[in-house]
Write a protein that binds this ligand. Sequence first.
Ligand code: ADP
Ligand code: ASP
Ligand code: MG
Length: 408
Amino acid sequence: MALIVQKYGGTSVANPERIRNVARRVARYKAMGHQVVVVVSAMSGETNKLIGLAKELMAEPDPRELDMIISTGEQVTIGLTALALIELGIKAKSYTGAQVKILTDDAFTKARILNIDKDKLKADLDAGYVCVVAGFQGEDANGNITTLGRGGSDTTGVALAAALGADECQIYTDVDGVYTTDPRVVPEARRLKSITFEEMLELASQGSKVLQIRSVEFAGKYKVKLRVLSSFEEEGDGTLITFEEEENMEQPIISGIAFNRDEAKITVLGVPDKPGIAYQILGPIADANIDVDMIIQNTGADGTTDFTFTVHKNEMNKALNILRDKVQGHIGAREISGDDKIAKVSVVGVGMRSHVGIASQMFRTLAEEGINIQMISTSEIKIAVVVDEKYLELAVRVLHKAFELEAA
Ligand code: ADP
Ligand code: ASP
Ligand code: MG
C-alpha cells in the first residue's frame, strides 16, 4: 500500500464529465489498495473570471478581498470531486485549505506555506477516506484566506505530499509530461522521460507553467517523488523529476527552453555612480514585496549609471510609482521608464557545465533572425535573454531547432 497525492489542474476538472473521469482514476488507485489524497484546481478559466469580476469593481483589487474571491473556484471543484467519488461508492471528504489547515504567511495573492496540519487527513485516510483538498489556498495566522500565486495548486499538492510523507506526488494536467518546450508553441517539442530537479527548477523559474516553481522547490527540499502525467490518458509514465544526474553519456547539453511573457522592464537612467545606488533603488521595491528578476547596471563614461531590472507585469506600475515618488528625487536619476512589451527566453541544461559555446550559439541563432537582445542573464545551467515580445515565438522555435531538441 502506498500513499499517493494526485493533483488535477483546471482542464482536468473543467466539467462534470471530466470530474467523473478523475473520480474513476482515483477509484482505480483505491482498488489497488493505495491511500489517495486528491488536490484540485478551479475549473479552467474560473480563476481568470473571478479576477475579472474583482477588477470590474476595483482596478487594482485589495489583495485580501481578492483572495477571498479567487479562492472560491477551488471550493466548488473539491465538493464536486467528492460527490463524484461518493457516487462511485468511494468514501470521500472535501476540505478547504483552512479546514486542513494549511497555514501560510499573510502575503495575499502570493502567500507561502508555513505549516500543514496533517493529523486530520491522516485520520481520514486511515479510516478509508479519500481526502479531496482545495489547491491554491491556505489561511494565515489571523484566519484570513490566502492564495499561493497563479498555478499554486501544484504547490498545494507537493506540500501535502511532503507533509504526509507520500510515496509519490502525481501532477495530472493536459499534456502527458514535461516537454523540451511548451508543445503549444513548438509542436515538434519532445516529451522528456525524466528531468533533473535542478533543470525543472530552472525551467519553472524561467516561466514553464507546467509546474509552479514553489512546487519544485518543495519537491527538492523534501525529496518528494514528483511525476507529471496526462489526465486524459490512462497509460503513460509521464515525466519523472529525478534527483540524481544519470550517468548517461547521451544526456543532451540542453534539456529545454522556457519563456515568460509576464515580466516588464524598468529602467532608471542617469543615476550618479556611487556606492549604495543599487540598494537605494531596489530596497524600496523589496520593502513593497515586489519580486525582482533580472538586474543590469551599466556605468557610462560621464560618471552616471543606468540601472535596469525586471518585475512581474502586474507590479510594473506599483514599482514605477514607488521609484518616482520615493527614489527619483533622492538619488537624482534623470529618467525612469517602464516597458511591458518584452519577453524572456531561457535555454536550460545541466550539460552547460561541461560544454562551452552554448551562449554564443544562442546569440548567433537569434542574430541570424534579426532578433535584438535587450538583457542577458546566466546561471551555471541557464542562459536567459530579454527580447521584444513580438519575436518571442520565433525565438523559441529557432532555438529549439538550433539545439536539436525536436522529436527524432
Ligand atoms: P494545469 O491547469 O493542469 O495546472 P497548466 O496550464 O498550469 O495546467 O500547465 C500545463 C501547460 O503548461 C501545458 O498545457 C503547456 O501548454 C504548458 N507548458 C509550458 N511549458 C511546458 C513544457 N516544457 N512541457 C509541457 N508543458 C508546458
Ligand atoms: N486556480 C488557480 C489558478 O488558476 C490555481 C491553479 O490552477 O493551480 O492559478
Ligand atoms: Mg498549473
